[in-house]
Design a protein around this ligand. Sequence first.
Ligand SMILES: Cc1cc2nc3c(=O)[nH]c(=O)nc-3n(C[C@H](O)[C@H](O)[C@H](O)COP(=O)(O)O)c2cc1C
Length: 190
Amino acid sequence: MKVVGFVGSPRKKGNTTAIVTEVLRGASEAGAETKIFNLNELGIRGCQACYKCQTPEGKCVQTDGMAPLYDEIFSADAIVIGTPVFMFQITGQTKTFIDRLFALLYLKDGQPGAFRNKIRGKKAVTVYSQGQPETGLFASSFDLHEGVLGFLGFKVEGRIAAGGMANLDSAKSSQDIMDKAYATGAELAK
Ligand SMILES: Cc1cc2nc3c(=O)[nH]c(=O)nc-3n(C[C@H](O)[C@H](O)[C@H](O)COP(=O)(O)O)c2cc1C
């Protein structure tokens, strides 16, 4: 069992990192191999819409910080994607990463719109950290993000939405959030 975490926060010591790390700790103590990547520091360019990836064997042709992450995803049984809420939604770093996951799809017989998945059955957990205490505020945005993950072939099995994360150490100070993160990771590794 391999679980890979991706963090879309520019703050490496912030709340999103703390929560994703705790999910991975839960998974690790349940027997999984785990890894974590900070998307902000990897120099990931936007998708260039060349469509070269859109065949069953097609790979992304860009040779930037995203390139090694495809193999990490292909070899993972589950992923954890964490993002702070910026302007009601996922961060730009997270969106750029998700756009590049276009390479997890291909067009059946090259037909426009006839998308097929290169992956199937991999599990995913989402993590959101936001300043506002009310976690329902951006639920429609979270639903959309998870809809995209489903379209890409992931089975989203859990969502951790942490509200009131206004300070750098808010998550670490919240036993509830840390407990939920650990339990989610342990469950994911089953
Ligand atoms: C540019 C920017 C936009 C933000 N927009 C929102 C927002 O729309 N709603 C919200 O609740 N918090 C918002 N926040 C607060 C962050 O979501 C919050 O501090 C989060 O816990 C940061 O996560 P991190 O510690 O992992 O970086 C924003 C923060 C920044 C810097």
